[in-house]
Design a protein around this ligand. Structure first.
Ligand SMILES: Nc1nc2c(ncn2[C@@H]2O[C@H](COP(=O)(O)OP(=O)(O)O)[C@@H](O)[C@H]2O)c(=O)[nH]1
Ligand SMILES: [Mg+2]
Length: 320
């Protein structure tokens, strides 16, 4: 059977046909020039222009240090969302493709789910380079999946820059810390407090140490004037606790934000990142610098997808 046309795959996702997702993700991973062209065709079919608005899926970033309990938490969250009748796609960003040594210490659990359930899709995706933040295929996969799935989760490892990357892509960012790990302190020092929309303290079954972590984080948020940011304590191993409250907090955040504005900002930042990765900093200078490029993007039709915006920057820089 010849591979299905890229536009057909994109159209099927737009019509919420989830069975098109695995093939669409394979296509997006093909970074040859022909593959990129086909990816552009696919993404055009799920752009806001084609959808007549923003993609319906909720883009959720889940980030935190290795061993904090992200994968275990996701197993519980996926079950919670399924019980609420939602479909779920998870893109687990694999840092071992960037750093040496394979899986990171403490990064043990796999995301558990029923393989026969076609309402759940779980994929690993390669980590990006610093210059472009999250790898383009991760961002493109998230955009494609948001057309067809109710929840699209991007799981990333780390404390530091990765939080900012995921914040640029996602509607809602949940930052995960485990109690008694010193994460809380590191967190405050690194200025990461600006990033989370929801803070999650895992391993609540550990008792007092988890309660203390939750209190410390809540008071740190208060001192930053961020009283609205919820801090949710969860236990992800059976018997689970707090998972429903976390799902509620994630929903509530989406209700609060100006979603079209956040998505538009994300597309513009993505276009700038893709353009810079592809053509280099000198191409950015040809546009008059980053600020000028941002102004140029701000003038464009809000319904344009990332590939169209990236192509536009290249054309203005005289590269195409
Ligand atoms: N006690 C306890 N251990 C947990 C909980 N959640 C995860 N863990 C354990 O913490 C370790 C790391 O979890 P994992 O989900 O792999 O963390 P990740 O690296 O952030 O994805 C594993 O040994 C888990 O079994 C929890 O709620 N309570
Ligand atoms: Mg993990």
């Amino acid at each position: 059977m010849p591979p299905e046309g890229a536009a057909t795959l994109g159209r099927r996702l737009r019509e919420r046909d989830r069975s098109a997702a695995p093939q669409a993700l394979n296509l997006i991973e093909d970074r040859t020039p022909a593959g990129r062209e086909r990816t552009r065709e696919l993404l055009a079919e799920v752009s806001p222009a084609a959808l007549g608005g923003e993609a319906p899926g909720h883009l959720v970033g889940l980030t935190g240090p290795p061993g904090a309990g992200k994968s275990t938490l996701l197993s519980a969250l996926v079950a919670e969302w399924r019980s609420r009748g939602r479909t779920v796609a998870v893109l687990a960003v694999d840092p071992s493709s960037k750093r040496s040594g394979g899986s990171l210490l403490g990064d043990r659990a796999r995301i558990a789910h029923d393989p026969a359930d076609d309402g759940v899709l779980i994929r690993s995706t390669a980590a990006g380079t610093r210059l472009g933040g999250l790898a383009a295929p991760t961002r493109e996969a998230a955009a494609a999946l948001a057309a067809a799935f109710d929840m699209v989760v991007v799981e990333t490892v780390g404390v530091g820059q990765s939080e900012t990357d995921v914040e640029e892509l996602c509607d809602t960012v949940a930052v995960v810390v485990q109690p008694g790990s010193g994460d809380t302190l590191q967190f405050l020092k690194a200025g990461i407090m600006e990033v989370p929309d929801v803070l999650v303290v895992t391993k609540a079954d550990l008792g007092e140490v988890a309660l203390r972590a939750r209190r410390d984080l809540a008071s740190a948020l208060r001192s930053l004037g961020r009283r609205d940011t919820p801090v949710v304590a969860v236990s992800s191993l059976p018997p689970t606790s707090g998972i429903d409250a976390l799902a509620d907090a994630i929903d509530a955040h989406r209700e609060r934000i100006d979603l079209p504005a956040r998505r538009l900002r994300s597309r513009r930042l993505s276009a700038l990142a893709d353009f810079t990765v592809e053509h280099g900093e000198s191409a950015l200078r040809a546009l008059g610098g980053r600020r000028a490029a941002e102004r140029l993007l701000a003038e464009q039709d809000p319904a344009l997808g990332v590939p169209e915006l990236t192509a536009l920057l290249a054309a203005r820089a005289g590269l195409r």
